[in-house]
Design a protein around this ligand. Sequence first.
Ligand code: ARG
Length: 445
Amino acid sequence: MREINASIPFDKALWRQDILASEAHVAMLSAQGIVSDQDAEAIKRGLARIAAEYEADGVPEDWDLEDIHMTTESRLTELIGPAAGRLHTARSRNDQVATDFRLWVRGAIDAMDAGLADLQRALVTRAEEHAASIMPGFTHLQTAQPVTLGHHLLAYYEMFARDRSRLIDARARLNECPLGSAALAGTGFPIDREMTAKALDFNRPSANSLDAVSDRDFALDYLHAASVCAIHLSRLAEELIIWASQPFGFVRMPDSLSTGSSIMPQKKNPDAAELVRGHAGRVIGCATALSITMKGLPLAYSKDMQDDKPPVFEAAGLMELSIAAMTGMIADAVFDVGRMREAAELGYATATDLADWLVREADIPFREAHHITGAAVRLAEERGLALDAVPLEDLKAIDARIDARVFEALSVDASVAARASYGGTAPEQVRSQVARAKAALGMEA
Ligand code: ARG
């Protein structure tokens, strides 16, 4: 029982939140005349001393004391005697742990948001630098149309902006204080729940005590937001891994975030990117674990809920590492713009531009233009030529309405410059999206 019951090995991570919540609680108990000023003073001094001890030496792990709440109360008793027992008036470990854990998750949300803002700044800085760097754009990982690297990087800026907005939503829903719900039904003591909620920077006390002690939605919201973010990080990691492979050669990963091979001297492996991709699986696993823990629980508290903490702690640690590693990779990646441009020029990436030109300049319906373009691409393929290297006579033989002006449309530069619709890949669009992003991130223009 001792072994299965003890949560101190992991919930000691809540010690700061536990002390803060106890300080708020005892201040309220004395303001309401439930505990004498003298006892409240002794409790406050004791808690301050315990915090200093934990800070200096760590939290002692005595499994007989079960969890962080009992560990702290037992030390308080050693320090100030029986008055320590008054701290738990009008409170239960059920509302205590719900409060502590909310505070912890709130901090994790804020830390993740700050990390993502740094990552966005790195993306925007690189996007500005590469607003006009041309690379192949893919669908089905087949060359589709030329795009700019800046545009590609800003796609991830948008994904991380959505992740941040999910965190902000989660934080707003989380920010209610369970303290004072006691075991499940509230308390007969004349407590002031507004006061404790305010002291702990919550927006309000929770409105239903049964819900308050049994709710872990805030942890699920956090884990689900983290999962979606981990998916985005993993997709970006996957692109970096592909781009860094020799057949692509689009990017060199920074040495500081790569490793060598113990047997093949030429190797430089994108391990940090691979670990970011791998960590996403674990984070999604954490969200799944807590969802399944919660799904069958009747109201109110059940001990299953003690298992809420390890997946949240694990996911938070993984997200912190993944975001930091990705920020470093984006900031220091060396892009080979020559190689990217060459790749964009292969693969008939401007075929759509030929079709668009036929629509625009020769008033041909798009379906027919698509057909004519297909014939031109087949001819170019047969001859082993780029589309803009096929002689005009041969293009004219396919369709007489084609004339020399078409070559202006067939370069990769013309292709990206033409796509200046809002949100498109043209350098001018990328620059204006960079300006918008910089303003949103408080970066200098
Ligand atoms: N260590 C427990 C947890 O993390 C604290 C709450 C215990 N409550 C109880 N009624 N046994 O969930």
